[in-house]
Design a binder for this molecule. Structure first.
Ligand code: IPM
Ligand code: MG
Length: 362
């Protein structure tokens, strides 16, 4: 039996997470997998209930589970709070840190049916298939932060810290990932300016000697941002530090249609966390408009990485591809000739497609 912690969170979280659960339940029937789901509050929702965005019970539930599915965290209602009580800084980041989730995998995959939803020309985007490996528990996000009064004003300080062992473990994971793909690894840094990037580059160079079958290329982050829109198919696996990874994956997600399609897996600890790469989108919350596919695809990654069930993971990806090929879209992806679906209806279609696929394969 697999125990899954369900953390809907804020904004559109409570709408998209049930759709992923729906799909996981369908998989349990189809593939004979036994799941239990236990829900817990996190983020702003947890502040309202308990006064803290990451209650002890929620963290304990996560630690005691086999995998976690999370919606999104944060919203304007809690933006005024000091950093130590803000949902993002006081729930999501500690959750990642406490669970030792140092690697965030974000697969940027192009669905055939979404070719013309990309802001890029078809010939530029066609064939794009990138895995971004983002370091998730170091760098600016976790370095010392402080404010100081200085004559005539204030000074704010964030520190960008990396140790060689932190770089090595994420580097190793990325080299391994490249090995099971097209054997090309781009390491993105800003070594022309930052000392942490110089160490990053040195460690990657050292590691490369252990992976002679993988081609390692270094690229400055500003150039990488340009190359991503100019010629995305030159990339296979990208490895980069926390903040660069945060920024580049938002950019990369839209290349393939919408950030509503970008799934993610945060791994490296005992229990892994699966969440869409997008935020809580408070502007469209409670309108049954949000795209649940990134969360559904994250559930697929859970089946692949946590439960080692490649067939079920593939089935979810194929079901999503079918639904899109049949012309169904959530609002942000609507195009002439397509049919608009709400969040829940999109989840239903994916389940339907799963059932059909499975029938077809019998
Ligand atoms: C992400 C998000 C988070 C991050 C925010 C909500 C703190 O943007 O997962 O990419 O910056 O890591
Ligand atoms: Mg982000």
């Amino acid at each position: 039996m697999f125990r899954i912690a369900v953390l809907p969170g804020d904004g559109i979280g409570p709408e998209i997470v049930p759709e992923a659960v729906k799909v996981l339940r369908a998989c349990s029937g189809l593939f004979g997998l036994d799941f239990t789901f236990t829900e817990a509050p996190v983020g702003g929702a947890a502040i309202e209930l308990t006064g803290h965005p990451l209650p002890e019970e929620t963290l304990a539930l996560c630690r005691g589970s086999d995998a976690i599915i999370l919606g999104a965290i944060g919203g304007p209602r809690w933006d005024h709070l000091p950093l130590e009580r803000r949902p993002e800084a006081a729930a999501l980041l500690p959750l990642r840190k406490e669970l030792g989730l140092f690697a965030n995998l974000r697969p940027v995959e192009l669905y055939e049916a979404l070719l013309d939803a990309s802001p890029l020309k078809q010939e530029v985007i066609a064939g794009t298939d990138i895995l971004v490996v983002r370091e998730l528990t170091g760098g600016l996000y976790f370095g010392e932060k402080r404010r100081e009064q200085i004559p005539g004003g204030e000074r704010a300080i964030d520190t960008l810290v990396y140790t060689s062992s932190e770089i090595e473990r994420i580097g190793r994971l990325a080299f391994e990932a490249a090995r099971s793909r097209r054997k090309l690894l781009h390491s993105i840094d800003k070594a022309n300016v930052l000392e942490s990037s110089r160490l990053w580059r040195e460690v990657m160079e050292r590691l490369q000697k252990e992976y002679p079958d993988i081609e390692l290329k270094h690229m400055y982050v500003d150039n990488a941002a340009m190359q991503l829109v100019n010629w995305p198919k030159q990339f296979d696996v990208i490895v980069t530090e926390n903040m660069f990874g945060d920024i580049l994956t938002d950019q990369a997600s839209v290349l393939t249609g919408s950030i509503g399609m970008l799934a993610s897996a945060s791994i490296g600890g005992q229990v892994a966390l699966y969440e869409p790469a997008h935020g809580s989108a408070p502007d469209i919350a409670a309108r049954n408009e949000a795209n649940p596919l990134a969360t559904i695809l994250s559930a697929g990654l859970m089946l692949r990485f946590s439960f080692n069930h490649e067939a079920a993971a593939r089935a979810i990806e194929e079901a999503v591809a079918r639904v899109l090929a049949d012309g169904y879209r959530t609002r942000e992806l609507m195009q002439p000739g397509c049919r608009e679906l709400g969040t829940a209806e999109m989840g239903d279609r994916v389940v339907e497609a799963l059932l059909k696929l499975k029938e077809g394969s019998l």
